[in-house]
Write a new protein. Structure first.
Length: 294
């Protein structure tokens, strides 16, 4: 195929390039603005003088957040939560989705369990029964309370179920002829073919566990067990000046909630920004598969 190189096609290419660059700039602008605010002086941020470059460049906001020794402990707890939570959710949702993607003839309880899952997606027992259950089974003030409290996202299970159900039935027939059982079919056929949806669900889980702060506030007894987002939320929202040292109080006078919030948001975005490029190709692959219809 010979590509047309007329003046009209060149104008179109240039126009398309400009539009894409503009869209990319608009996507990067909020992140850049947040970084600029977090690196600015208190007075400049409060007066709205910060735009594309920090005013009164300093690292006071980050020093205030990172300078606390509990920051690194909370950071480590968040890493454990993300790794354990993503692994457990991946295994559990995949193992639930596979039998639920079978027909009622193959799995008799399929419809009953699906209705139970949909019911829990629409209704829940409430915060207090959930808290009492976690405490009664001995998970309170442990990393497992943060991991298992939302370990089975029903919406993610339904996504994987629908993906499995859309796979060709001939795969099952060929596997059965070759003597493969359910475990062999799941591990060697369904999981490799479902990489796009599994990568998407895993990213959802990573973002959830990294950004969620309320469970850490409710299910832990103090700052020694807080995940990072809970610690930052408490530091920004609930500031106890009576326990501050002279140096901490001096730094607090140089900060505003706006600069602290900007630093908090930027720190919270970094892990997702680091992980996303490794999973982007799976998103593109999944979109490409979904767009091809016969």
């Amino acid at each position: 195929m010979i590509r047309e190189t007329t003046l009209r096609s060149r104008v179109f290419d240039v126009t398309l390039l400009v539009v894409l660059l503009l869209i990319a700039f608009l996507c990067i602008l909020p992140l850049w603005y947040t970084l600029a605010v977090s690196l600015s002086e208190k007075s400049a941020a409060a007066a709205g003088k910060v735009w594309l470059w920090p005013v009164g460049f300093n690292f006071n906001s980050y020093q205030q957040i990172i300078g606390d020794r509990s920051f690194f402990n909370s950071f480590w707890i968040s890493i454990q939560r993300v790794v354990l939570g993503a692994t457990i959710t991946f295994v559990v949702t995949t193992m639930m989705a596979y039998p639920l993607s079978r027909s009622p003839r193959e799995f008799r309880m399929r419809n009953v369990i699906m209705w139970i899952l949909v019911f829990t997606l629409l209704f829940n027992g409430g915060l207090i029964p959930w808290y009492m259950t976690v405490k009664a089974i001995g998970l309170y003030d442990t990393i497992w309370a943060l991991v298992l409290g939302g370990g089975v996202p029903v919406f993610n299970v339904i996504l994987i179920v629908n993906y499995f159900r859309n796979m060709p039935k001939e795969l099952d027939e060929a596997a059965l002829v070759d003597g493969a059982g359910p475990w062999r079919m799941l591990i060697t056929i369904y999981v490799p073919l479902a990489v796009p949806v599994l990568a998407t669900v895993t990213l959802f889980t990573i973002v959830y566990h990294w950004n969620e702060f309320f469970h850490g506030l409710v299910l832990t007894s103090g700052q020694d067990h807080y995940p990072l987002q809970t610690l930052i939320q408490q530091f920004v929202v609930v500031i106890d000046a009576s326990n501050m040292t002279e140096d901490q109080y001096k730094r607090m006078n140089e900060l505003s909630n706006q600069t602290l919030n900007a630093a908090k948001i930027f720190i919270a975005m970094l892990p997702v920004l680091i992980v996303y490029p490794f999973l982007q190709r799976f998103f593109i692959h999944g979109i490409t598969l979904g767009s091809v219809k016969e």
